[in-house]
Design a binder for this molecule. Structure first.
Ligand code: PBG
Length: 324
């Protein structure tokens, strides 16, 4: 007798019955860029198939999100006016606040997540206020907290700090509680690496740093124990969920964080991961559906409870059709 693992792979029905990794549309989060203006839905050149919407056209995409059964949207604001401190981030009529208000009113079943960071709003493109040429951590905390509260006021269910300042989860938690938003969740980008894979996003959001880079506040790709420390600190400060970012190049980190944390863990498949597959698929070098599906499955297998991806709408469709 030969022992045959292959028997379990004999037919599609058997493979489907015994598969170890299962995806559902409700675990997906779709990132959306909202820019100031009216009647705008423009394609982002570095991210074929992804658009920037003005607050009035934004419901168009929400309709598709709701139809697809995608769990949540993650909103990025692209303001018209930027300044040294990024004050449009917490403006009452800021672009993200407008988008949240519209979305909340018309789409009760979608979870709305606001990205909390200053880089899209500052004239210098860094994620906090500057002292000379470096980001000043502690004064930035107050502005992030203000931004989070204003997003909660506008209707965010979840705020997601992506700035990587030390102590921001605690600062945001106490500001939310103080303003009566005890039930607003914090999804912390606890483990965010200084990555080349954010390239297309910086074009989409107009948030490339005017000088220097983000290595003094984002993580060094060579480190994994540091990721565990960042994750632990954020959980201790009150993060309800934590995220690892980017996705595919950091599967080992995702697994390590998942094994040691008792909160749900998200993975962010970032803009560069999206655009690489798009570009290769356009040239006929990879099969888009298979590459996207495989990447998503690998992220979930490595530990993602929640998956943030620009492919969320297609993935939801393929999942519902039983294709992955
Ligand atoms: C803001 C932020 C960035 C991303 C998410 N939030 C850019 C950055 O840190 O430069 C990147 C997302 C992506 O590439 O899809 N700080």
């Amino acid at each position: 007798m030969i022992l045959r693992p292959r028997r379990l792979r004999r037919t599609a029905a058997i493979r489907d019955m015994v598969k170890e990794t299962r995806l559902s549309p409700s675990m997906l989060v779709y990132p959306v860029f909202v820019r100031e203006g009216r009647n705008i839905a423009e394609e982002i050149p570095a991210m074929p198939g992804q658009m920037r919407y003005s607050p009035d056209t934004f419901p168009r995409i929400l309709e598709r999100v709701a139809e697809a059964g995608v769990g949540a949207v993650l909103l990025f604001g692209v303001p018209e006016h930027k300044d040294e401190i990024g004050s449009q981030a917490w403006a009452e009529q800021g672009v993200i606040q407008q988008a949240l208000a519209v979305g909340r009113r018309h789409f009760p079943d979608i979870i709305f997540i606001g990205d909390v960071c200053l880089c899209e709003y500052t004239s210098h493109g860094h994620c906090g206020v500057l002292k000379g040429e470096t980001v000043d951590n502690d004064p930035t905390l107050e502005l992030l907290a203000r931004t989070a509260v204003s997003q909660a006021q506008a209707g965010a269910d979840v705020v997601a700090p992506s700035d990587m300042m030390d102590g921001r989860v605690g600062a945001i938690r106490s500001a939310l509680d103080g303003a009566g938003f005890e039930d607003t969740l914090i999804l912390s980008y606890a483990v965010k690496y200084a990555s080349a894979f954010y390239g297309p996003f910086r074009e989409a959001a107009g948030s490339a740093p005017a000088f220097g880079d983000r290595r003094s506040y984002q993580m060094d790709p060579r480190n994994v124990r540091e990721a565990l420390r960042e994750a632990q600190l954020d959980v201790d400060e009150g993060a309800d969920m934590i995220m690892v970012k980017p996705g595919l190049p950091y599967l080992d980190v995702l697994r390590a964080v998942k094994e040691r944390s008792c909160v749900p863990v998200g993975a962010y498949s970032v803009s560069g991961e999206y655009s690489m597959i798009k570009a290769a698929a356009e040239r006929g070098w990879v099969d888009e559906e298979r590459a996207v599906s495989e990447a998503a499955v690998c992220l979930v297998r490595a530990g993602a409870d929640v998956l943030v991806t620009y492919h969320a709408l297609s993935l939801a469709e393929w999942i519902r059709e039983g294709r992955l």
